[in-house]
Every structure is written in C-alpha cells, then in structure tokens.
Design a protein around this ligand. Structure first.
Ligand code: MD3
Ligand code: FE
Length: 203
C-alpha cells in the first residue's frame, strides 16, 4: 500500500513488517550501548522526545546547537554500528521512491512516550539536500504533521502506525514537519511508546 502525500513524499504502509524481528533485535542492542537520552535544545529546553543514534554519524543537540557527530557525548565512544537489516530496509524503501543507491550513514532513533511531541521544523543539518530521508515508525500510533515550505503553510495530518515507512526527497525534502503530542496506548511488543528510525546521508 503506497500513498504519495505530495511530490517527493511517499508513505509505504507496513513496509517494515517483514524486517520487524531483525529491527527490534538491532534496536535493543543499540540502546544497550547508547541508551536513550533527552537532549537540551540550544535555547536550554529539554526535548520531550528521547534520542539515540547508530551509524557513523549521530544527531546531537546542546547549548552549542544542532549537529551530527561521530562520538556519542554520553559514552565518549563512536555510535553503535548500523545493523545490516536497518541499512537494507532504508535502501529498499528509498529505491521504491526512485532513489537507487541510497547509503545511509546515520540513523537517528527517536523515542516518544505519551505526552511527547516534536514541534514543526525543517531538517537542515545535512550536507546534501539531494539525498532522501527514510523514516520508519514503530510501536503505538502517532499523528505526523506535514506542512509546506513556509512555517505558516497549512499542515496535513497523517496517521502513522507500526511498520509504516516514509521516504522524503526532492521537492519534499525541506518541508516543515512535526509529530503531534502522543496519546497513551500500548503496543504488544514495544509497550507504551513510539519509536521512529530516521535514516539519512548526513556526511
Ligand atoms: C519530512 N522525526 O527526527 S520522521 C526528525 O517521527 C523528525 O520522529 C519525526 O522529524 C519523527 O527530524 C518525523 C519523518 C520525516 C523526517 C524527515 C523529514 C519527515 C520529513 C524531512 C523533510 C520532510
Ligand atoms: Fe525532522
């Protein structure tokens, strides 16, 4: 099941289902090595979403700003290696949207507990906006907000469920987006949370 929200914005419903066991095993290994933590925004606020990363580059935020870096600041070590099953899923989803040869070097792992949200923003910390972004939703359902190229443009509400995958490229790459405050629910495998994997070629 395939839905084009706008030019360059593709939703692939349940696309991650065949890889689910490997994704969950990979996730638990990563989180043992680099546990979820709440970054501070450059303005000094604690983010409601807890984050970790795997792959060569990890997205971090602190009083100095947002950036990608090779070292997990909490451990002083490189981020956990990106599991093969993560790379393979990101690559095949990107190919579905016409981005053959996508090789992610970064996977940001966002954990939303009930009440957590992500306000409307653009992803602008990557070097090459010609590279797509692939995102994978796991756990309880959330409402994704998909806006336009200006902050004030109207937003489309997109319900996202366990195993749904989205690919953002080309004209959609710099559109505003966010996640509505998560309602309380329980997923049989992941419990009372939503996890989102975001694959990028950041370097
Ligand atoms: C649309 N995460 O980490 S993923 C983020 O569900 C982020 O955790 C959300 O936005 C989440 O930056 C949404 C989907 C996504 C990612 C990047 C995009 C949608 C996008 C870039 C451009 C347009
Ligand atoms: Fe984003």
């Amino acid at each position: 099941d395939r839905q084009e929200l706008a030019a360059g914005a593709l939703v692939l419903r349940r696309f991650a289902q065949p890889s689910m066991d490997a994704l969950i095993r990979g996730l638990s290994r990563i989180i043992r090595q680099s546990p979820f933590r709440h970054w501070q925004t450059p303005g000094g606020h604690r983010m409601s979403v807890a984050m970790s990363n795997c792959g060569a580059l990890g997205w971090v935020s602190d009083h100095r700003g947002y950036r990608y870096q090779q070292i997990d600041p909490n451990s002083g070590q490189p981020w956990p290696e990106m599991p093969q099953a993560f790379k393979a899923l990101a690559k095949s989803a990107a190919a579905e949207a016409g981005f053959d040869g996508f090789v992610p070097d970064s996977c940001l792992i966002n954990q939303y507990e009930p009440g957590a949200r992500m306000s409307l923003h653009q992803d602008k910390n990557e070097r090459d906006f010609g590279q797509p972004i692939v995102s994978v939703s796991l756990g309880i359902a959330a409402v994704f907000e998909f806006g336009g190229i200006s902050r004030g443009d109207r937003v489309q509400a997109v319900p996202l469920q366990h195993a749904d995958v989205m690919v953002w490229g080309g004209p959609a790459r710099l559109r505003f987006h966010g996640v509505r405050k998560l309602s309380d629910a329980e997923h049989p495998v992941l419990g009372r949370r939503r996890i989102n994997l975001t694959f990028r070629h950041a370097g």
